[in-house]
Write a protein of this length. Sequence first.
Length: 288
Amino acid sequence: MIDPLFLAEAAINGILLGGVLALLALGLNLIFGVVDIVWIAYVDLVMLCMYAVYFLVMVYGWPVWLAALAAVAAGGALGVAVHLLVIAPILTAPPVNQLLATGGLLFFIQSLATFLWTTDHRSVRLALPVVEVGGMFLSFARLVAFAIALVAMLALYLFLTRTWMGTAIRAVAQDREAMALMGADPHRIYVVTSAVGGGMAGLAAALLSIQYSVHPHFGAAFGPLTFMICVLGGLGNMPGAFVAAFIMSEVIALGGVTWSTEMGYVVAFALFIVLMFLRPGGLLARRE
């Protein structure tokens, strides 16, 4: 029988992981909700920003907080570059062409990273403590990452609801044709959205860098999970992605301590399939 203390520790670790996964899913869902194209290579942009954090901290000796700010800026710049160079030319293309283009970008980024940095795993080595609470041992890095992720998600919510640009982004997501008729430039909104989504990828990269090593195929570990969360929550549905992130992280964490990490992922994907049959539009989709 499993010690209830281990289960409680796993549940808390699942919540902490869910915060970063929610940040990833919200960034991807924001872009899809506005631009209406799924960025298959989104998590690979996170991988590039993780390399930026690694080299700035471990090679050039930058403090982690400054490297994190640089990663956010780099993510925003990458988001704009991807939109202008890859997404904008295929906005009116058939969906299959859009998926092929962003999928091709994924393989290009992975191949470029392998060429530049080989397949070695590189870690940002920080002397961070382990916090003991009631007999449970919690990673200080995960606690910090969770807190920063929550602040970032709150900032995104305030940006989308309290600023003119945020209101314009939500309006374009709801009806881009009507916004164009009212004089707004949807393409400008697309660029800003891509920058914000890229910036969130950069922040997620900084938070993941203090917990995981980076390598060219990092996206293969978190990419499918991020897309599963987005689909489960409902593509373009921000609250749904938030809820789905914590459900999936809890299933993986508890499944990992009950059976094994691999089985935790198996249970999570099985639950995903079942929920897709029950709620094909997403967990928080409105019933017709």
